[in-house]
Design a protein around this ligand. Structure first.
Ligand code: NAP
Length: 485
C-alpha cells in the first residue's frame, strides 16, 4: 500500500537525550514540523537536573554519546555530569534542535481525538499533532522518603536531584540517606570539606572498583585528527559493555559474572575494620540491584569524619536524624539520595487514547508495552525509554537510538501516506508482555533484593535479554504485530 507523502506535525515530550535525538532523527526522514515540549528551562534532562558533587556517568563516555555526534574531548573515562550536560546542550545547538523547544511548557494532557493528539501544557492549548514521541526519560521523578518529621528538620534538606547550591557544605555536619549510585558518588566528593558526614544505609551495595583516569591530551588530539580511532574505541567499549558486562547480568556470560564477583569482593576486602566491612557486605546476589561503580567509596567511608549508620531511621527531628538505637545524629544538612520512581513515567500528565482510556487505566495491572515503544489503544503514540526498556544493562543512549530508528520506520509509513494510524495490536502486545515479564521475573534482578527496577506489582520492568537480541528485535518492526489503518 502506498500513498502520497503528507506533511506531519510531530510533538516530542522532553528535551533530554531522547528528545534531542528524536528531533534530529525526524528531520533526517523529512519530518520538519516538530515541537518539543520541555517542562524546564533548559535541555539535557537528567544531566540538567542532577548537579550534585561527584556526579559522573557509570557508562564510559566514549560509549555514552550519540552515534551522530562523537566527542573527542571527553575528559575522563567516566566524564563528570557537567561535561555531559555541556555535550547535550552543544548537540542541541549544533543540530538546530534548541529552536524547536518550548521551554517551561510541561505537558499536562495529551488526548487522542480520533485523528490527532491534542496537547495541553502549563501554558495552555498547543494544538493538534499527528503523532507524539514521548521522550520523558526514566529517572526524573524524585522519590522523597516517607520518614516522620522530615518537614520539621531545622537545617537544610534536599533531594540529590534538586541540589541546593546556596548551601556551603564546608565545616557542616551532613547526613546522606541512601546508598545507591548517587550517594556513593556524593560521599567521596564532599568528605574532605565537611565537618562530618553520616551515611544512612538501609541496604549495602556491591561496588565494582573502576578507576576513572583522565584521558590524555595526546589521545584527544588523535581522536580529533582521526575520527576512525574514536569509532574503534566505541566498538571496543561496546564489545566489553554488551558482550561481557550486560551479558553477565542476563546470564549469558557466567565467567565474566564470576570475575565481577571476585573484583567486588576484593574491593570490599580493602575495608580494614571488620565490623565496618561486615556492615558494608551485601546479602543478595551481585547485579540484583544496579551494580555500583566506584573506586573512591570505600576509602571515603573509612575517613575519620565519615560514619556509616546502619541502625534504622525512626524519625527526623529539628536537630537531625533519630535512629532505632535512640541516638540523635545531629545535622546541619540532609541530602536525600533516595532515588526515583521510574514506573509512572508520565507523572501527572494525563494521556488518553482510544475511547478516552487513560494510560493510568491501561497500566492499572502493569505497565504493558509493546517492545517498550508502544501501547495498544494509544495510536501514533511512541515512547523512547518506555517501560521494559533495557534500564538494567545497556548504555541508555544506545537504547534510545535503537528505539528511535524503530519508531522512525513507523513514522515513515505515516509520512509516506501508507497509514494514518498505527498502534500495537493487543494480542501481539500481550504475548510480548507475558514473555518479557516471565523472563525478567526469572532474572538476576528478581533474585531477592529491592530495587528501582521492580514496579509496584512486583514485576521487574527491565529488558532481560542480551544486546544482540535487542538489536535484532529493534532492527525492523514486525508490521503484523500492529494495527495499521
Ligand atoms: P537508588 O539506587 O534507588 O538508591 C536509593 C537509596 O535510597 C537506596 O539505598 C535506598 O535504600 C535508599 N532509601 C530510599 N528510601 C529510603 C528510606 N525511606 N530510608 C532509608 N533509605 C532509603 O537511587 P540513586 O542512587 O539515585 O540511583 C538511581 C539510579 O540512577 C542508579 O541506579 C543509576 O541507574 C542512576 N544513576 C547513575 C549514576 C551514574 O551514572 N554513575 C549516578 C547516579 C544515579 P534500599 O536500597 O534499602 O532501598
Amino acid at each position: 500500500m502506498s500513498g502520497s507523502t503528507r506533511p506531519l506535525r510531530l510533538a516530542v515530550i522532553g528535551a533530554g537525550a531522547g528528545g534531542i535525538a528524536a528531533a534530529i532523527g525526524l528531520r533526517d526522514i523529512g519530518i520538519r514540523d516538530v515541537t518539543i515540549f520541555e517542562k524546564a528551562h533548559d535541555v539535557g534532562g537528567t544531566w540538567r537536573d542532577n548537579t550534585y558533587p561527584g556526579l559522573a556517568c557509570d557508562v564510559p563516555s566514549h560509549l555514552y554519546r550519540f552515534s551522530f555526534a562523537p566527542n573527542p574531548d571527553w575528559s575522563r573515562r567516566y566524564s563528570p555530569g557537567g561535561e555531559i550536560q555541556a555535550y547535550m546542550k552543544k548537540v542541541a545547538a549544533e543540530f538546530d534542535v534548541t529552536p524547536l523547544v518550548r521551554f517551561d511548557n510541561e505537558v499536562t494532557a495529551a488526548r487522542w481525538d480520533g485523528g490527532a493528539w491534542r496537547i495541553q501544557t502549563t501554558k495552555g492549548d498547543q494544538g493538534s499533532f499527528d503523532a507524539v514521541i514521548s521522550a520523558v526519560g526514566v529517572l526524573h521523578h524524585p522519590v522523597y522518603p516517607d520518614i516522620p518529621g522530615l518537614a520539621d528538620f531545622s537545617g537544610t534538606a534536599f533531594h540529590s536531584a534538586r541540589w541546593d547550591h546556596r548551601v556551603d557544605l564546608a565545616g557542616k555536619r551532613v547526613g546522606i540517606i541512601g546508598t545507591g549510585s548517587t550517594a556513593v558518588q556524593i560521599l567521596p566528593a564532599i568528605v574532605e570539606d565537611v565537618a562530618k558526614v553520616s551515611l544512612f544505609q538501609r541496604t549495602a551495595q556491591w561496588i565494582l572498583p573502576e578507576p576513572n583516569p583522565p584521558i590524555r591530551e595526546e589521545r584527544k588530539a588523535a581522536f580529533r585528527a582521526e575520527p576512525a580511532l574514536m569509532a574503534e574505541q566505541y566498538e571496543r567499549l561496546a564489545e566489553t559493555f554488551n558482550g561481557a558486562f550486560c551479558a553477565a547480568l542476563v546470564g549469558d556470560n557466567p565467567q565474566w559474572y564470576d570475575e565481577m564477583q571476585t573484583a567486588c569482593q576484593a574491593n570490599l576486602d580493602t575495608v580494614g575494620d571488620g565490623d565496618l566491612k561486615a556492615r558494608l557486605t551485601p546479602h543478595y546476589r551481585l547485579g540484583c540491584k544496579r551494580l555500583i561503580v566506584s573506586d573512591r567509596f570505600y576509602p571515603a567511608i573509612q575517613s575519620p569524619n565519615a560514619e556509616l549508620v546502619t541502625d534504622t531511621i525512626v524519625g527526623i527531628e529539628p536537630g537531625g536524624v533519630r535512629t532505632a538505637d535512640g541516638r540523635l545524629h545531629e545535622l546541619d544538612v540532609l541530602v536525600l539520595a533516595t532515588g526515583f520512581d521510574p514506573h509512572h513515567p508520565m507523572g501527572r500528565t494525563q494521556v488518553s487514547g482510544d475511547g478516552g482510556q487513560t494510560l493510568d487505566e491501561a497500566w492499572a495491572d502493569g505497565n504493558v508495552t509493546y517492545r517498550a515503544v508502544g501501547v495498544p489503544g494509544f495510536p501514533n503514540w511512541f515512547m523512547l525509554g518506555g517501560p521494559y526498556s533495557p534500564i538494567g544493562n545497556f548504555s541508555f543512549l544506545m537504547t534510545l537510538e535503537r528505539q528511535l530508528s524503530y519508531v522512525l520506520q513507523l513514522l515513515g509509513m505515516l509520512r509516506a501516506g501508507e497509514a494514518r494510524r498505527i498502534a500495537p495490536g493487543r494480542d501481539a502486545t500481550s504475548a510480548y508482555y507475558e514473555a518479557i515479564k516471565a523472563k525478567a521475573g526469572a532474572s538476576i534482578w528478581a533474585s531477592g533484593c529491592k530495587s528501582w527496577y521492580i514496579d509496584k506489582l512486583g514485576n521487574v520492568a527491565s529488558y532481560p535479554w542480551g544486546y544482540d537480541v535487542f538489536e535484532r528485535e529493534m532492527s525492523r518492526p514486525v508490521l503484523a504485530d500492529f494495527e495499521i489503518t
